[in-house]
Design a binder for this molecule. Sequence first.
Ligand SMILES: CC(C)(COP(=O)(O)OP(=O)(O)OC[C@H]1O[C@@H](n2cnc3c(N)ncnc32)[C@H](O)[C@@H]1OP(=O)(O)O)[C@@H](O)C(=O)NCCC(=O)NCCS
Length: 248
Amino acid sequence: MGMSESTNPKSSPADQEKSPSSLGAAIDQAVALVMPSWAWVPIRSLAPRHRSRIAAHLTELDERDRYLRFGYPATDAQIAKYVDTLDFERDEVFGIFNRRLQLIAMAHLANAPAPRPDERPTMAEFGASVLSRARGRGYGERLFEHAVLHARNRGVETLLIHALSENIAMLKIARKAGAVVEREGSETEARLKLPPVTIATRVGELMEEQAAEIDYQFKVQANRVNEFLEALTEVKTNINGKAPVASE
Ligand SMILES: CC(C)(COP(=O)(O)OP(=O)(O)OC[C@H]1O[C@@H](n2cnc3c(N)ncnc32)[C@H](O)[C@@H]1OP(=O)(O)O)[C@@H](O)C(=O)NCCC(=O)NCCS
């Protein structure tokens, strides 16, 4: 039998929003949505061209993390299949890149089939992973908040998290957001009811997308400059190594 518990939904940040009466107020609320008390973290939407980076991220997870993420200790081949079948049109896949453009954290927001073919999905499932070396910095929570914002803006009413009951970190994130958590033995389901879309959530997502894109392009440029400098250093080393000496 399931054990039901929930945190006070009144305390969830989403519920603390008031209807903005002006664009200025909406922008203030949007800023509060995407930049809460801690430093801003660029979260970027991922596309089919990121498949190899997603695979690199997931295969870096050890056996226990794969078990927590997928509900079974996925092999490299199973991860490859999962990555190949990611549907970037139907679902939202997003992540956090470090300076070297390694994907250090990512999430998959999978839309459940809509109640009717002509309707939009009303439920989406959240799954995430953060590389062990990047944990405890709030990235997991930020990915979840990003998912909430994205889902609200698309009319999703319920966010679902299937987690193993032992997954303290994931369930903490869900509870903190106000999810109703139901434990069924070794598995736990958390459901978060989402408030409807507002101008602030729309502006918030737009701001976050733009800022994350700028951050990503900076990193791309910085990496190109680094690669160029490395190539230059290599060429110089080769020239110095092979350079004819004066006596030759
Ligand atoms: C779950 C996971 C995504 C959390 O990522 P994270 O970036 O470390 O999480 P955060 O830093 O945002 O921490 C969220 C909360 O959990 C707490 N927490 C993190 N790791 C914890 C741990 N091992 N034990 C207890 N609490 C933990 C944090 O202290 C924080 O609580 P606080 O807000 O009260 O301080 C990450 O641990 C992970 O990738 N695990 C393996 C895969 C997985 O379990 N995926 C989820 C399945 S859907």
